[in-house]
Ligand binder design. Structure first.
Ligand code: NIG
Ligand code: FE
Length: 416
């Protein structure tokens, strides 16, 4: 029997999400369902996908580990393409204040928010961050996540930003979930630079960014582009430098106020623009035209008691939409893919097939990995979910509860 070689057979629905690039607009409904389907994985890579009887004619079951998925739906692993999962401490007190009426920005402006997590992350050792990070990844795996993006941004100094990225590098080696690293020193202005954000931007551009590029610790660069955080001009300076150093780009854009973030993402050629609660119509058009993936984070809007991003409109206007959790200690302390599905389908008027696309192939595209993950296509990684129910239609129906029974990562059963 070959290493990590597996046949999953008799799936009542094999949802392949077939495709090698982001699906835009109407294409998002196209999830390609094979009834009584099977998938063959050899040495961690998908070899064949089709009807069970045809697959078994061509592949001898004796050479493989076999999982009988009778009465179960099978899907590609979910991709959570926007999280901040490595951090020290918690901010339950701030959440409690928000329940009583304070806003996220008010808390940030009176010296709380991200900088509180920065203090706790500076104090935490690598070992502590690896331990909590690993526990969080275990929970994500139980929701069916097989690839996650993680951002720095709770250091805001060279040493701690690098510590966060190294924690993710280590976790990537030792945990089944693949981790894509994003460098985000422009998450807030550190307390030492209060009132001197331009000087902090200089530090990022002249010192931090070249060092992280040299150490090859991150693939993406991200900026919290928002009123009273980083301006359009500061964001442009940081991301132009990042691009020149070979980083791919993401932006936290138009989250709290309409700010021109989506337009800037399109201008810079960013891979994705994320949040977009307040995006303008021009911003949507620009993203659609330039192929910027619009990554929506409904759990954050829910947690902040804000109105949801106009996801329906973006799909109707031809955007490629992805969904992610935004798991972080402040604005959205949840890694729940189940809640993400619930809010997208029940509150944002995104159709279930579109939401599945948004958490698989489009989320893979948001990480520039649509050629490797995000669908059950030959040549891609053998990252597969088996649900406890016969149809993908159970995913949002079992509201807020994970329907994932088994997770296979690169052909290996890693959650059961
Ligand atoms: O994506 N918007 C900025 N950054 C995070 C929040 C981080 C935090 O509050 O710790 C977000 O919502
Ligand atoms: Fe975020």
């Amino acid at each position: 029997m070959k290493e990590n070689s597996l046949i999953i057979k008799n799936a009542s629905e094999l949802v392949t999400c077939s495709g090698f690039k982001a699906k835009r607009g109407k294409e998002m409904s196209d999830i390609h369902v094979i009834e009584d389907g099977a998938v063959v994985i050899e040495e961690g890579i998908i070899k064949a996908v089709g009807k069970t009887d045809e697959i078994l004619k061509q592949h001898d079951e004796k050479s493989y580990q076999v999982i009988d998925a009778s009465g179960k739906a099978v899907l590609p692993g979910f991709v959570d393409s926007h999280t901040h999962f490595v951090f020290g401490g918690y901010r339950a007190e701030e959440f409690y204040w928000r329940l009583r009426g304070d806003s996220y920005m008010e808390i940030m402006q009176r010296g709380g928010g991200i900088v509180n997590s920065v203090k706790a992350t500076k104090e935490a050792s690598m070992e502590e961050l690896i331990k909590t990070g690993s526990e969080r990844l275990d929970s994500m795996l139980s929701f069916g996540v097989t690839t996650v993006e993680g951002k720095s941004g709770y250091g805001l100094d060279m040493e701690t930003e690098i510590k966060q990225l190294k924690v993710m590098e280590e976790l990537d080696k030792n945990h089944p979930i693949d981790i894509v690293r994003t460098f985000m020193p422009a998450h807030a202005t550190p307390v030492e630079y209060k009132g001197k954000t331009d000087e902090y931007v200089d530090l990022i551009i002249n010192d931090m960014m070249p060092k992280v590029a040299e150490l090859k610790l991150a693939e993406f660069s991200d900026v919290f582009c928002e009123k009273n955080v980083f301006s359009i001009e500061q964001t442009r300076r940081i991301q132009q430098k990042a691009k020149g150093l070979g980083f791919k780009l993401k932006l936290h854009a138009d989250e709290i106020v309409q700010f021109g973030g989506a337009e800037l993402a399109a201008e810079l050629g960013a891979v994705s623009a994320d949040h977009l609660l307040q995006v303008s119509d021009k911003g949507i058009q620009d993203m659609a035209r330039q192929g910027v993936v619009a990554t929506l984070l409904p759990c954050t809007a829910f947690s902040l008691k804000e109105s949801f991003a106009p996801g329906r409109k973006m799909i109707d206007m031809g955007c490629a939409v992805a969904l992610a959790t935004d798991f972080n200690p402040g604005s959205c302390f949840t890694e729940s893919i189940a809640l993400t599905f619930a809010l997208a389908t029940l509150q944002m008027n995104i159709r279930l097939e579109e939401a599945i696309t948004a958490l698989t192939i489009n989320a893979a595209a948001a990480l520039d990995r649509a050629g490797e993950i995000g669908s059950l296509d030959p040549g891609k990684k053998g990252d597969v979910l088996i649900l406890e129910f016969p149809s993908y239609k159970f995913i949002p129906y079992h509201i807020g509860v994970s329907t994932v029974e088994k997770v296979i990562k690169k052909g290996k059963l890693v959650f059961d």
